[in-house]
Write a protein that binds this ligand. Structure first.
Ligand code: IVH
Length: 713
């Protein structure tokens, strides 16, 4: 083996180990910065020596932008479902049946039932070969490219003793933190949010863009090693081994000898599941020993050695008093229920989501009804039903509003859309405010010091009604506002000035075209390069850009066809914002999205030079330490207050030498942009369903499935 190849493989091993420590054990032993350095080193070697390419290299975790269809593939072992019950009595019956069929003691394993989407992974000689969804149980979709991006799934197994060829099954899930972030982003660009983490997980797994999958933060738990002649006697043993091989196996798994221990587990987790950072919807009880599982066998649908007990969703019953209608930045109307306060899962609930008009009609929810409220993974509870027996006699069907509650404009509802919109984008106050708040956000123009409250003040005082007005603000305007001192006014003005350096792609994101998130904005900027080219492009030309479907193309065209928007763009342009891809010869995006604070004195650079370098490489300089800061570039005699604050907030500190390393290898802007779609945050905008994919006809699929079913059962 050549020494380069050895070096590459050693790096891959090292990175896999660190990934495992970080994503599975939650116990990293190196800093993110050092980890990124290792990954970069590997990326560079792989780029230089493509002959040592490997689809399972940890560098592939970032995914690719390539659209791939999903091939429908057979499961070697059918993916059965589980017998489900909500009744403790049926769990007792399950245990009684097992004892009728098997003499002597039986050990069970109790596990959590994870609420995500099932996956079957095949490993050959310790390497991930394939990842397939459940599908219809006999055939599933090959989603390997997407699953590779989930960092808690090992691409190369660790340790020893794993079979040459085996399958392992588990659940892909979306933790609450990822779910909330994703939905916030979707709402921000005018996309409908996912109803719950399960839908978000399965929607994400079927995305055509694995870079986007990588970004969405999926996780997993494995719960079943499947194969013939496994070197274990029991399920429990096999999962402990799987954990040693690098799989994420839940710690909340317990061996039980007796039915009462099973109920202890169930009752304990029915309470404690609130505290988990992901959704569980029950417990799964499995006979532990493989020999006994084999004796018990399976029915056509489910194994006879396991049962799922489902937790009842905690529900509360209360009265619906009124409905508010919120208007978002894009004009989307969200109905929110006001309820009589009621206790639910540890909190008092006063408001609940009603989603949209269709949902209200479907459940026939009426004012003054007694309604049932549930909490899912979502923070906001939702109304799931109505107690019809308690309906007041004079009740009348709920009438959705027809006019905007803020500006009175008649609402519109596009075909195929569940939500109503207020079309008065220009003059509807919450839409105006929402657009400005979006414009100044960190991922957009990043105007520090200006928050929602100040924007509201500026708007209320008639100083700002669109983003271009920000650039015409004067010192006096700001200083006359309540609660705003001289210093904050100057900071805001400086930050507004600095935002003129923000690159075209982020300006394009900032102006807030419906459905244009960060990635789409970046793709458009790279493809069209100037605003003039973009303004001239028709729907066809726009659709030709990466990841821009017809819906997005139409939305872009509609935006630029609006004379008001044209005026806004012209004004922003005249004010000096960047409306074309600018490329300094020495510019890179190496520090893109990173915020620095410089403090102390340095050996090889002045502070000004360091600031220059940060900007040259796409980073931003901030004046004070806050949670927005990614790195404190610390020299000698660093200010003690800054140091203390940085330590308190956990801001990473780097030396001059560290910084020099960070910017050492220069790549051009284009190179970075085309290779690192997922190094930076991408947006939530890709179709959730396969597009332009040639798939077998339904008939072909059915025939294939039937043949398989015959073979498998
Ligand atoms: S064992 C033969 N264990 O629940 C199926 N399933 O309702 C054996 N699930 O399709 C599956 N957590 O997607 C098993 N700890 C767990 C589970 C689990 C979640 C899912 C799985 C299955 C579904 C059945």
């Amino acid at each position: 083996m050549s020494s380069i190849q050895e070096q590459i493989e050693a790096l891959r091993r090292q990175i896999n180990e660190h990934n495992y420590r970080y994503y599975v054990l939650n116990d990293p032993i190196i800093s993110d910065y050092d980890f990124d350095a290792l990954l970069r080193e590997l990326q560079q070697l792989e780029a230089k020596y493509p002959e040592f390419d490997d689809p399972n290299s940890p560098t592939r975790r970032v995914g690719s932008d390539l659209s791939v269809g999903f091939e429908s593939v057979p499961h070697r072992f059918p993916m059965l479902s589980l017998a489900n019950t909500y009744s403790e009595e049926e769990v007792r019956e399950f245990d009684a049946r097992i004892h009728r069929e098997i003499e002597g003691p039986v050990e069970y394993v109790c596990e959590l039932k994870f609420d995500g989407t099932a996956i079957s992974l095949t490993y050959e000689h310790g390497r991930l070969l394939r990842a397939v969804t459940r599908g219809d149980g006999a055939m599933g979709d090959d989603v390997t490219a997407n699953v590779r991006t989930i960092r808690s799934i090992p691409l190369q197994l660790m340790g020893e003793g794993y079979p040459d060829f085996f399958e392992i099954r588990g659940e892909i899930l979306m933790p609450h933190s990822s779910f909330e972030r994703l939905n916030r982003e979707r709402e921000d660009i005018g996309e409908a949010p996912f109803a719950n983490p399960r839908n978000a997980a399965s929607g994400t797994l079927k995305l055509q863009n694995s870079a986007e999958v990588a970004r969405r933060g999926l996780d997993n738990f494995m719960y079943w090693v499947v194969g013939e002649n496994l070197p274990f006697q029991s399920h429990y043993e096999s999962l402990q081994a799987a954990r040693r091989w690098g799989f994420k196996v839940s710690d909340h798994m317990r061996k039980c000898q007796h039915i009462e221990e099973i109920f202890d587990f169930i009752h304990e987790w029915d309470k404690k599941r609130e505290t988990l950072p992901y959704d569980t919807d029950g417990a799964v009880i499995k006979v532990d020993r493989f020999a006994l599982q084999k004796r018990l066998g399976t029915t056509a649908k489910a194994p006879r050695w396991a049962v799922a007990y489902k937790f009842k969703a905690e529900q509360a019953r209360t009265r619906l008093r009124s409905v508010d209608f919120q208007v978002g930045r894009t004009g989307a109307i969200t109905p929110v229920a006001n309820l009589d306060p009621v206790h639910l899962a540890g909190t008092i609930v006063k408001r609940a989501s009603l989603h949209n008009a269709d949902q209200i009609a479907l459940l026939d929810i009426r004012l003054q009804d007694m309604v049932y409220v549930e909490k899912g993974g979502e923070i906001i509870p939702k109304i799931t039903g109505v107690d019809l027996s308690a309906r007041p006699a004079d009740s009348r069907p709920f009438e959705f509003i027809t006019r905007c509650p803020e500006c009175g404009t008649p609402l519109v509802k596009d075909e195929g859309e569940a939500r109503h919109y207020c079309p008065n984008a220009l003059h509807c106050p919450p839409q105006i405010m929402g657009r400005i708040v979006h414009f100044i956000a960190r991922k957009a123009m990043d105007i520090e010091g200006l928050g929602e409250e100040t924007v509201q003040l500026l708007y209320d005082n008639g100083l700002v009604k669109d983003p271009a007005d920000l650039y015409e603000l004067k010192r006096e305007d700001l200083m006359n506002l309540p609660r705003l001192g001289e210093k904050s006014a100057d900071n805001i003005l400086a930050s507004i000035q600095q935002s003129k350096q923000v690159p075209f792609q982020r300006v394009l994101f900032a102006i807030g075209i419906r459905y244009v998130g960060e990635t789409t904005a970046k793709n458009l900027a790279l493809q069209f390069r100037t605003i003039d080219a973009l303004l001239a492009a028709d729907v066809n030309a726009l659709s030709a850009a990466d990841e821009v479907g017809e819906k997005i193309a139409r939305s872009i065209r509609a935006y630029f066809d609006d004379p008001e928007n044209q005026r806004l763009v012209q004004r922003l342009r005249a004010q000096g914002l960047c409306f074309e891809v600018r490329q300094r010869a020495d510019a890179t995006e190496r520090l893109q999205g990173l915020h620095f604070v410089i403090s102390g004195t340095f050996e090889r650079h002045s502070r000004e030079q360091l600031k220059e370098l940060i900007e040259q490489h796409g980073g931003r300089n901030l004046s004070g330490v806050s949670s927005n800061v990614d790195y404190l570039l610390a020299g000698a005699h660093i200010g003690p207050a800054k140091l203390a604050k940085a330590q308190k907030l956990g801001v990473k500190m780097i030396s001059e030498a560290d910084f020099e390393q960070m910017i050492a290898e220069e790549r051009s802007v284009d190179e970075v942009a085309s290779t690192s779609a997922s190094e930076q945050d991408a947006d939530a905008l890709t179709s959730e369903t396969p597009q332009n994919v040639s798939t077998p006809s339904q008939k072909e699929k059915t025939e294939k499935n039937q043949a398989l079913q015959r073979r498998l059962f």
